[in-house]
Design a protein around this ligand. Structure first.
Ligand SMILES: Nc1ncnc2c1ncn2[C@@H]1O[C@H](COP(=O)(O)OP(=O)(O)OP(=O)(O)O)[C@@H](O)[C@H]1O
Ligand SMILES: [Mg+2]
Length: 322
């Protein structure tokens, strides 16, 4: 399986940092961070205070690092912050929307500020507002928007000038579960519809892992882990299986899988399967076995997927798994 590092061979990374460090007095917000970010969607995960926003602000040239270097789209952050800001969109963590202005006027304004002509700015604004799903509301003052609408307007302004890369700082903040799902889908489509690289932050690994090609985990300002999302899942390796039927049938499945060498335990209406032993660790081998056993027992397979709960565990367990 290709990792981001693999994809980067012979190409400039979208973002590269080397020994990046930021201290605020005695607070060590970032410590010796060396990491590369490739194209596609990259999730930047960490608990409150992990250093996510600090990293983004340094990459945008809004904060100076205490030590270390970084480049964005091949431009050095210290030499070329103007170039970087031209090429990069930014959705900040906190509310940044003027309350008396409509989303439509705001996004057109942002596009004009970045150098687009009047008609190109209007066209671009209509495109991005359509993309984020702001319809008639786009003509109303943003002061009256719900949190979900504000987040969409913030996302639209980040896309206004057709950037090559966007930094999205906690785009799901304050959203209810349905709105979170919608926002995550939008984030995913920024890459596919607009061909823009994305660095998106959250304190929830589970939600970023759904939309990211690659995940970077920060813990207390230090790099805990950086890997392709598929590797994340593969290394944790646990699976959740759900079959149509009664608890007895679920247990029959668990017992049969155990007989074939997999360690299983009931989890609600599902069977949780531990990472497979070496002889079943080949790509897809455990999946195939589970599918075959379900067929043999005449059980309908409803769900067979990586166990997200364990993914959260990796994050909580900290440095031990890096
Ligand atoms: N201007 C500042 N002055 C002093 N300390 C700061 C400042 N900005 C951030 N910090 C501290 O630096 C650390 C990293 O903060 P940062 O905002 O980058 O974290 P974060 O990962 O974005 O957190 P959150 O999930 O809460 O947004 C925290 O301990 C924070 O309190
Ligand atoms: Mg933050």
């Amino acid at each position: 399986m290709t990792t981001v590092t693999g994809e980067l061979i012979g190409r400039t990374p979208v973002i590269a940092t080397a020994g990046l460090t930021k201290h605020y007095g005695s607070v060590h917000a970032l410590t010796d961070l060396t990491v590369d970010v490739g194209p596609g969607v990259t999730g930047l995960v960490g608990a409150n205070g992990a250093g996510k926003s600090t990293l983004i602000k340094i990459l945008l040239g809004l904060l100076e690092p205490t030590a270390g270097h970084a480049s964005v789209l091949g431009h050095d952050i210290e030499q070329a912050s103007q170039d970087i800001r031209r090429l990069v969109g930014y959705m900040p963590e906190h509310d940044c929307l003027p309350p008396d202005v409509s989303a439509s006027d705001f996004v057109v304004h942002m596009a004009r500020m970045s150098g687009l002509g009047a008609s190109a700015a209007r066209e671009r604004s209509a495109d991005v507002l359509r993309h984020v799903g702001l319809d008639e509301e786009r003509y109303r003052p943003m002061g009256g928007y719900s949190t979900g609408m504000k987040q969409r307007a913030k996302l639209a302004q980040a896309l206004a000038h057709d950037p090559q890369l966007v930094f999205l700082d906690e785009p799901t903040n304050g959203l209810d579960p349905a709105a979170r799902t919608d926002m995550l889908r939008l984030v995913q489509r920024i890459g596919s519809d607009f061909g823009i690289a994305v660095l998106v932050t959250s304190h929830l690994l589970g939600e970023l892992e759904q939309v990211s090609d690659h995940v970077i985990v920060l813990d207390g300002g230090r790099l805990l882990r950086s890997s392709a999302t598929t590797d994340f899942l593969r290394q944790t390796g646990s699976l959740l299986v759900e079959v149509v039927g009664t608890e007895t049938e679920r247990d029959r499945l668990g017992e049969e899988l155990a007989r074939r060498g997999l360690t299983c335990r009931p989890r609600g209406s599902m069977v949780a399967v531990d990472p497979p032993p070496a002889d079943l660790a080949a790509e897809g081998a455990a999946h195939d076995l589970i599918r075959d056993v379900a067929v043999e027992l005449g059980l309908g397979l409803m769900r067979l997927e990586p166990d997200r709960g364990h993914l959260e565990d990796v994050f909580l367990e900290g440095g031990a798994r890096v």
